[in-house]
Design a protein around this ligand. Sequence first.
Ligand SMILES: NC(=O)c1ccc[n+]([C@@H]2O[C@H](COP(=O)([O-])OP(=O)(O)OC[C@H]3O[C@@H](n4cnc5c(N)ncnc54)[C@H](OP(=O)(O)O)[C@@H]3O)[C@@H](O)[C@H]2O)c1
Length: 221
Amino acid sequence: AFLPTPPFSPPTSIFAKLSMISFRSIFRFFLLAVCIYTYTYELIGMKYPTNDRGIVIVTGASSGIGRDTAFAIAAKSAAASSADSQSGFVVWAGVRTGEQATDLETAAKEAGLAARIRPVILDVTKGTDIASVADQVAAADQPLVALVNNAGVGSRRPFELEDFADVRSLLNVNVVGAFALTHALLPAIREAQGRVVFVGSIAGEVAAPLNTVYSASKFAV
Ligand SMILES: NC(=O)c1ccc[n+]([C@@H]2O[C@H](COP(=O)([O-])OP(=O)(O)OC[C@H]3O[C@@H](n4cnc5c(N)ncnc54)[C@H](OP(=O)(O)O)[C@@H]3O)[C@@H](O)[C@H]2O)c1
């Protein structure tokens, strides 16, 4: 479609025809390569910055994967940047109780990461907690460069035996809570051109027996 109708008489010899075909193929391939290059490197790669400083929020950081993620980001950042709190990442580690916050603070101090980990009270099912964190982000002097939606609960039972209070509660944490928090923080994340991570599961790829509701929640994220 990009090639003009040739104003010349078509080639007659087989070699001349072949050379026209290969010229067109090369031209089309060249156009395709230019499009792919432009899209990949100009739009995604070169114009999308990699932030090297700012706030990273990790939900569900009182235990397990969330806690390990918070400490791993903090430790890597501490190793890669100066002690200045304005350089590198500061992890806002979401917990649900004051006790968990104290426990996290103590562990961060012991690991020499007190400046890099800051517990925040954040139950993802509570609108007041979400609004409070969004306000703290707006008042912070650093950009929000990443949100890790890790908080999650499991359930493992036959669907016939599900209690629907539990079903609603699980979906509220794993799906609605993650969406609500992301929705509230998206303006700040967009401003920083940051990233949003949803912690999925193999249960979100394959639905296994006894895992109906949990699987549904992970398929959702
Ligand atoms: N472990 C695995 O094998 C595995 C595999 C695939 C995916 N995952 C996913 O990885 C994530 C973390 O799992 P994990 O194994 O580390 O589990 P975990 O140790 O039980 O941690 C779950 C975390 O979520 C928090 N949480 C629960 N309800 C919350 C709420 N309403 N608001 C905020 N935080 C809440 C918990 O806080 P509390 O301590 O206050 O309850 C805890 O910090 C989950 O999304 C899970 O689905 C885990």
